[in-house]
Design a protein around this ligand. Structure first.
Ligand code: NAP
Length: 334
């Protein structure tokens, strides 16, 4: 059978596209379901006695702490609020029969907090580090309009960027000595997709992604696994989603999903729906970036406008209440 040149080009194109699609589908199925079922995902057995989790009292961080405790690891919980740390530690100890240690620090502060963390974790055999702590905007906003933008930018960088870097520096030495260890750095899907009106946040998460990518290459020959997590929306205080939905899992379901792909892929969106969405949007962004930008801009700007309206209403309500109080005071004086 003879083919014309045009037919050959057409067949080659169909073959190439089919190969890319099948490869993508196989990678998704293997890293999400098959690899784990075959026992190929990273085992936490003998990795070390302790796991350190930053931002461990709520949301995704708390879910990681509980999941790791369920694998028998003792947990160092690091967060801001001492009473929340005590409560979560007590719950983990009683439910999973493991040891815990709590460290209350505010990651928006400067480098001095790491001296304290270093002293507190000294002598512990740390097998796992989850760099989860993070903060975001109160609502999407133009850079120069973000309330207290200059001060906020420093807090954001300290909390989202410096924390990840410093915590890795603190634990890598002993992991290298034992030639084993796992570090999970929690970034965000916003690190790899256009995210106007959240520029500072998404840029800090892009740092986490690139930092993890190069660090993983640096330390792989020394036996250390470093992975980056790129979640979409998860029910939490930060996301302000209160109820789970098809594309918005509970932190527990997100983390369980992600644990199945441990060691199977460097960067993971974790939850299977997020993996499909991230795959879809990154491909669409390659084919038609303006579509992705327009959709994201419209969504985030809608959220921004609703937030600004809510703030305006609250301010008007406050003014009215102050007016009534002043009126009552004046009437009393008379
Ligand atoms: N939720 C999402 O939809 C989503 C999507 C993409 C990426 N992420 C990333 O996932 C990570 C966790 O987010 P989340 O939604 O689970 O957050 P979350 O529910 O708001 O929990 C944040 C945790 O971090 C702690 N924390 C916050 N600021 C801190 C500070 N300055 N110093 C010390 N601890 C601090 C909190 O402690 P306190 O309770 O004491 O405040 C809490 O334990 C973040 O890095 C975030 O960027 C989340």
């Amino acid at each position: 059978m003879k083919y014309t040149l045009l037919e050959l080009i057409g067949l080659a194109s169909i073959g190439t596209v089919s190969w890319f699609v099948l490869r993508g589908v196989w990678k998704f199925l293997y890293s999400t379901f098959i690899g784990h079922a075959l026992g190929h995902s990273l085992s936490l057995k003998n990795i070390g006695q302790w796991a350190v989790v930053t931002g461990a009292t709520d949301g995704i961080g708390r879910a990681y702490a509980e999941e790791l405790a369920s694998h028998g690891l003792n947990i160092v919980l690091i967060s801001r609020s001492p009473y929340k740390l005590q409560n979560v530690a007590a719950e983990i100890e009683s439910q999973y029969k493991v040891k815990t240690k709590i460290i209350d620090v505010d990651f928006t502060n400067g480098i001095e907090i790491y001296d304290r963390i270093k002293k507190e974790i000294e002598g512990l055999e740390i097998g796992v580090l989850i760099n989860n702590v993070g903060m975001s905007y109160a609502y999407p906003e133009y850079l120069a309009e973000v309330p207290n933008a200059a001060e906020f930018s420093l807090s954001l960088i300290n909390c989202n960027v410096v924390s990840v870097t410093q915590m890795c520096i603190l634990v890598l030495g002993q992991m290298v000595e034992r030639k084993k260890g796992l570090i999970l750095n929690v970034s965000s899907a916003s690190a790899v997709l256009p995210t106007p009106l959240m520029t500072m946040y998404s840029s800090t998460k892009a740092y986490v992604y690139k930092f993890s990518e190069d660090l993983a290459l640096e330390y792989a020959p020394l036996g250390i696994k470093i992975q980056c997590v790129l979640p979409g929306f998860v029910v939490s205080k930060m996301s302000r989603y209160k109820k789970p939905a098809f594309r918005i899992p509970l932190p527990r379901d997100f983390v369980r999903g992600h644990m199945r792909s441990l060691g199977l892929e460097f960067a993971s969106a974790g939850f299977w729906v997020h993996k499909i969405l991230l795959g879809y949007y990154t491909k669409l962004n390659m084919i038609s970036p303006s579509t992705v930008v327009n959709v994201t801009f419209a969504n985030l700007n809608g959220t921004r406008q609703r937030a600004l309206k809510r703030i305006q209403l609250q301010q008007e309500q406050q003014k009215q209440e102050n007016g009534v109080e002043n009126g009552v005071e004046n009437a009393k004086d008379k």
